[in-house]
Design a protein around this ligand. Structure first.
Ligand code: NAD
Length: 322
């Protein structure tokens, strides 16, 4: 694991030398820490309610990336001791076919989390079907009711990717080094009071909820997007940069304030088949105080938080406090 102790880990945006070695935020080892915490919660739930939390995964069609994501979600859920349910519908499935599957999981008391893998094959509209998932079984935190509760600051399943980014940010701002026994509880929740954050991207899936989670922790948040004027200058003003755009290596070194924390959500496939993020990692890393790699950064944390959300849904649905 490539964590390097950051001598000024709690001073994002400070006057650090421009080429200080950054703290590399390794999503794979951090996801293991989430898995240890979730596995302990699953054991506790089993003892209290007599069954493990259940995750239902719905895949429609044969999109290779979706199949890979679904397989990794399944594997992670099993490792944490969850019960899993599977529905793989053909790409020719109708709206009525999909509705029936979602409704059957809504009615199944052994299911605490329903994941509908997006995107759906055309003409099915993913967000239309997310709305059919019972809000208390929403594993992804994308149901409009749960997004409304996010705006109100009320406990509810939060969107997995932004949730994972927040844990990575907490790690960036702590002096903790993740080891083979670290759990989520050991990572202190950082106060972001006085810090400025820019979120590039305003999607319902990532950008918007990301901004509200940062705001909830008292950061001063700017949403930047495709219509923003002078994006490099907007980014340069921030202590924390979250890139959720879908443009390979968009964010360059001169966009980033020395010492800023850089969290890269983007997953882009290059013509040679390799993956890269929305941040030009090699260019930006030397000026950042902490940075996520792609692959191996935010991606594994998204999966980890999905499984964690499912265990929390189970606790909430059964009136158990973990
Ligand atoms: P999206 O296409 O829904 O939204 C992209 C956003 O970026 C839009 O709000 C748009 O305004 C903005 N944008 C587009 N071009 C821009 C530009 N040139 N300058 C500034 N802003 C621009 O995408 P999304 O679903 O939010 O995903 C964003 C990226 O994150 C994609 O690469 C996606 O694959 C990745 N992603 C990763 C994870 C993960 O687990 N790591 C999860 C979800 C999405």
């Amino acid at each position: 694991m490539a964590h390097q102790a950051s001598s000024s880990g709690s001073s994002a945006g400070s006057d650090r030398p421009a080429t200080h070695a950054p703290k590399i935020l390794d999503g794979k080892s951090l996801a293991r820490a989430v898995a240890r915490t979730t596995a302990a919660r699953v054991t506790e739930l089993r003892n209290k309610i007599g069954r493990a939390p259940g995750l239902a995964v719905i895949l429609v069609g044969e999109n290779p990336a979706s199949k890979t994501y679904v397989a990794s979600k399944h594997k992670f859920a099993k490792e944490c001791g969850l019960e899993t349910f599977d529905s793989h519908l053909p790409a020719t499935a109708t709206a009525s076919d999909l509705r029936k599957v979602i409704e059957s999981y809504n009615a199944n008391d052994a299911v605490d989390g329903i994941l509908l893998q997006l995107p759906l094959p055309k003409p099915l509209d993913g967000l239309e079907f997310v709305r059919l998932i019972s809000p208390d079984k929403d594993a992804d935190g994308l149901h409009p009711a749960n997004q409304g509760l996010l705006l109100q600051g009320t406990p509810a399943p939060r969107p997995c990717t932004p949730l994972g980014v927040m844990v990575m940010l907490d790690l960036a701002l702590s002096d903790l080094t993740v080891t083979d026994s670290t759990t989520l509880a050991e990572i202190p929740q950082a106060s972001l009071a006085g810090k400025s954050a820019v979120v590039i991207g305003r999607s319902q899936l990532v950008g918007k909820p990301m901004g509200f989670l940062l705001l909830e922790r008292n950061a001063t948040v700017t949403f930047a997007h495709s219509k923003t004027t002078d994006l490099p200058a907007v980014c340069r003003a921030a202590d924390i940069v979250v890139a959720a755009v879908g443009v390979p290596r968009l964010v360059k070194r001169d966009w980033v304030k020395p010492g800023a924390i850089v969290l890269d959500v983007g997953i882009n496939r290059l013509p040679d088949g390799k993956l890269c993020g929305d941040v030009d990692y090699a260019d930006v890393a030397p000026v950042s105080s902490a940075i996520t790699p792609v692959p191996g950064g935010v991606g594994p944390m998204t999966v980890a938080m999905l499984i964690s959300n499912t265990a929390e849904n189970c606790a909430r649905r059964n009136g158990v406090s973990l």
